[in-house]
Design a protein. Structure first.
Length: 217
């Protein structure tokens, strides 16, 4: 049966996080299609993964037989994350925008799973072509034509990682204006936020079903 790797990185809990609400909609639709399937779940806010260290980094380019004890321990934790990614038939990631970028916890996960010669820059990669859906929520709008278009670094960065480096099949769902209900200066934008959120929830359910059907074909 199909395996979904589901990663959340919002610092806010369910009920207070738009990215979590949207990833939850995707996961529920996925589980309806795969009731006997497997979901590997990581909440990077609740349980952060280790930031990449010199030992974990250098171990990735060295013969395992030559690893120092420190390299072996650090690389074992990294391999666990890589193996979770490799066994996934599809990947779902909640990636809210914080200070124009992704949460540091998500960056730490990426630093661990991007390994040249295994997951990256190789034709033998087991993650190549894997469908990856990223829920890239943000407090404002950074869409083309908006005043802050030039500050959109989340999708730009993740495209470089997922498409150009890991060679996966990447899809974005982008709920915008999530700060509108909380910022008095954005009150007039609340209807646009609500429409964006509803559209994202619908897109998440539709994408989950689409990916599930593709994998079943």
């Amino acid at each position: 049966m199909a395996t979904l790797l589901h990663i959340d990185s919002s610092v806010f809990p369910a009920g207070a996080s738009t990215s979590r609400a949207v990833t939850d909609a995707f996961r529920k639709a996925w589980e309806e299609q795969h009731p006997e399937g497997t979901v590997i779940y990581r909440d990077l806010a609740a349980n952060p993964v280790p930031h990449i260290t010199a030992d974990a980094h250098t171990a990735g380019f060295a013969d395992p037989a030559a690893h120092s004890p420190e390299q072996a321990d650090a690389f074992a934790a990294r391999v666990q994350l890589i193996e979770e990614l490799e066994q996934a038939d599809a990947v779902l990631i909640g990636a809210p925008m914080y200070n124009f970028s992704i949460p540091s916890t998500l960056k730490a996960w990426l630093d661990n799973v991007v390994l040249i010669g295994r997951t990256a820059m190789t034709e033998d990669s087991k993650v190549k072509g894997t469908p990856v859906t990223v829920v890239a929520s943000r407090g404002g709008s950074y869409a083309p034509g908006t005043p802050r278009e030039g500050y959109e670094y989340v999708q730009t960065y993740l495209k470089a990682i997922f498409t150009d480096t890991l060679a996966v099949d990447l899809h974005f769902i982008v709920p915008e204006l999530t700060m509108a209900p909380h910022n008095p200066a954005m009150t007039e934008l609340v209807p646009l936020f609500e429409a964006s959120r509803e559209r994202a929830l619908q897109d998440a359910s539709a994408k989950a079903k689409e990916v599930a059907e593709r994998l079943a074909a």
